[in-house]
Design a protein around this ligand. Structure first.
Ligand code: CA2
Length: 140
C-alpha cells in the first residue's frame, strides 16, 4: 500500500471556518475524509502545524520512513521559509506543492514560493481538488 503524507502549514487549521470566499467552506477534516473515500487504497498521513520547526521535524521524520510522496501546502511559509525549502529539497521524497487559492492572482508577496523550486510540481487555485490531483500524480 502506498503511503502519502499530507502536510498543511500555518492557519490551515482554520480552513472552512473563516474567509470562505478565498478558501471555501470545507474543513481539513472534510479534506481527509474526501481523500480517504476517493483513494481507499492509499495510506494517508495527515499533519498540520502552525510552527515552522515542527514542520521541519515532520519532514525529517518522513525522510526516514517508507513514505512514497508528500502533498505540501506550506501556507504563508511558502513565501518566507528557506529552512522548509531545505527540508523538502533534502528529504528525497517526491513532493507536490498545493495552494488552495491562486497565489498568482493575489498580493505580490504571495507570488513567489521558496518551496516550489524543490517540488516536483505546483498546483494553485483549484481549491481542495488540488490535493486530489496531487495524489493522482504521486500514485502514477
Ligand atoms: O492558498 C493557499 O493554500 C495558501 O497556502 C493559504 C495560506 C496563504 O498564506 C498562502 O499565501 C496561500 C493561508 C492559509 C490561511 O487559511 C485560512 C483559512 C481559513 C481562515 C483563516 C485562514
Amino acid at each position: 500500500m502506498k503511503r502519502i503524507a499530507v502536510l498543511n502549514g500555518p492557519n490551515l487549521n482554520r480552513l472552512g471556518k473563516r474567509e470562505p470566499e478565498i478558501y471555501g467552506t470545507q474543513t481539513l477534516e472534510d479534506l481527509a475524509d474526501g481523500l480517504r473515500e476517493q483513494y481507499p487504497n492509499i495510506d494517508f498521513d495527515f499533519y498540520q502545524s502552525n510552527h515552522e520547526g515542527a514542520m521541519i521535524d515532520r519532514i525529517s521524520q518522513l525522510a526516514e520512513s517508507d513514505c512514497n510522496g508528500i502533498i505540501f501546502n506550506p501556507g504563508a511559509f511558502s513565501h518566507t521559509s528557506i529552512a522548509l525549502r531545505d527540508a523538502i529539497g533534502g528529504c528525497g521524497i517526491d513532493t507536490i506543492e498545493v495552494h488552495i487559492s491562486n497565489i498568482h492572482a493575489r498580493e505580490r508577496f504571495r507570488h513567489h514560493s521558496h518551496t516550489a523550486a524543490v517540488s516536483k510540481g505546483v498546483i494553485a487555485g483549484l481549491g481542495l481538488q488540488g490535493y486530489s490531483l496531487a495524489t493522482q500524480v504521486l500514485i502514477g
